[in-house]
Design a protein around this ligand. Sequence first.
Ligand code: 5RP
Length: 219
Amino acid sequence: MTADEMKKKAAEAALEFVENDGGVIGVGTGSTVNHFIDFLAGVKHKIEGAVSSSENSTQRLKAHGIPVFDLNATGELSLYVDGADESNRQLHLIKGGGGALTREKIIAAASKQFVCIADDSKLVDVLGKFPLPVEVIPMARSFVARELVKMGGTPVWREGFITDNGNWILDVHNLQIMEPVKTEQQINNIVGVVTVGIFAMRPADILLLGSPQGVKRVE
Ligand code: 5RP
């Protein structure tokens, strides 16, 4: 079974969390979420619409006729469904491979339940093998990079990529993130950092992992 088939299985399993209450749900970004959006189209009568974490997801939602709302107009969301680049067993995540980490973190914080969907290769013992995305204000790029080097990382500028917020991304290699909450706070405190792709202060609530044996659930 390919990784994409496993992602699709996890995405389908997340439909179970979409309640029949006509509410607005949060929708993340990435190839796994793209499958989720396609499945969501089949049950769109159950929801009023979605808050989207990226221009890409917004386009896909709208193409399926799913209304997209501004988070400022919705209040707290009952459900957020998004993918991840890595997860540990505490459901601390690394996110931002697709560069949408800031809006993703805002929607996760504004949601009661965060359901994370992925293929089972994303489950790791220690976060950090996947280069950690950090969104920065463009003029702070070099300064933030030097601070990340002091922390033991090797930041690489994702050259040519501009986030939906007009900022830049540093991908930090060679970090072994033993204390995700502490590292998230430390990187948040560097001036010029917009968002760090560690989701530990607000982890996922449920992780659905697609695998050849079916969908595994970690809570
Ligand atoms: C985007 C993300 C994605 O959720 C993450 O990169 C996983 O992507 P995929 O579902 O394509 O494996 O954080 O910013």
